[in-house]
Design a protein around this ligand. Structure first.
Ligand SMILES: [Zn+2]
Length: 304
């Protein structure tokens, strides 16, 4: 049996999956703690431990393993960057993991793996089976994106393909941790929307509470926050559509679950895209939930 092996490397847990490559059936799934506070070398040994556990329990061995990581592998330096588990940054992680587990690996960031999983095994496969170009977005505490073309992640020359969260939307906006101002992430991530609401209302609420107040129709500031989200999102996504005109857009994360993005977002982007007829781009909610990272990681090595 041909199998796909994937690992979702997170800040708190490392999850592995072994799948049947023909049916995508999950044969085994296992998670262990990352224990990132113990440092980089410990993370590598935890990864090796997880792969050994998967091998022992399935009686199988991988020919390659795909990894979903919080940051990106820079293709020219072969080191990691943009990881929020900061001890990984600057490390030759691909080489170090390959040495530890003895097979080749592929690495893509978590938003790319999300996009890949939903494109090849998730909602896009179900709803738009002939989709060639898919843009996947995670809108939650941060904003990330990934481009999938014909079932392959577009990593790009610098390893930043799809990093839409750090496109600048508001030039005089808030400082972003990436060093720029007014990135998409500083506009419509969950914490950014909460900050916007606090600015106009003087109150501090969670995004969930703000959304409930908007639905109840009792708080004009909550409704204004939702309108700000929809308008900002529509403008930001128009730049993607004008460049790659994807066959489907799939949106995950807590903010990505807000219905108005799907109902009013496409209306809003009519103001911005170079298109004279109705916008046909399907905006889809994801299907795989938390599994997208590990399934997308496994999908990275289908070609081996
Ligand atoms: Zn940024």
């Amino acid at each position: 049996m041909k199998t796909l092996w994937g690992v979702d490397l997170g800040g708190t847990k490392i999850e592995g999956v072994v799948m049947n490559a023909d049916t995508n059936e999950v044969l085994l799934r296992k998670r262990i703690p990352t224990e990132a506070h113990e440092g980089y070398a410990h993370i590598i040994s935890q990864i090796a431990r997880l792969i050994n556990l998967l091998k022992e329990e399935t009686g199988l061995a991988p020919v390659a393993v795909g990894f979903s990581t919080p940051g990106a592998l820079d293709p020219s330096t072969q080191t990691m960057k943009n990881c929020n588990t900061t001890c990984m940054n600057g490390q030759f992680m691909k080489k170090d993991i390959e040495k530890a587990i003895g097979v080749p690996i592929e690495i893509a960031n978590d938003a790319n793996c999300f996009a890949l999983a939903e494109a090849t095994m998730g909602i896009v496969k179900d709803v738009v089976p002939d989709a060639k170009v898919v843009f996947g977005i995670i809108m939650g505490t941060g904003v990330g994106g990934g481009v999938v073309i014909n079932g392959q992640v577009l990593n790009g020359r610098h390893g930043i393909g799809g990093e839409w969260g750090h496109n600048v939307l508001e030039e005089d906006g808030y400082d972003c941790y990436c060093g720029k101002k007014g990135c998409n992430e500083t506009v419509f991530s969950g914490p950014s929307l909460q900050r916007y609401y606090t600015k106009i209302s003087g109150k501090t609420l969670t995004m969930k509470e703000i959304y409930q107040l908007h639905l109840a129709g009792t708080d004009p500031h909550a409704t204004q926050t939702l309108q700000y989200l929809v308008k900002s999102f529509g403008k930001a996504i128009s730049y993607i559509i004008n460049v790659i005109d994807p066959d489907a857009i799939v949106i995950g994360g807590g903010v990505g679950n807000i219905d108005e993005i799907y109902t009013e977002g496409p209306e809003e982007l009519k103001n911005w895209i170079f298109n004279s007829r109705v916008v046909e781009t399907p905006f889809l909610k994801p299907k795989l939930g938390d599994s997208a990272g590990v399934f997308g990681a496994a999908e990275l090595v289908r070609g081996y």
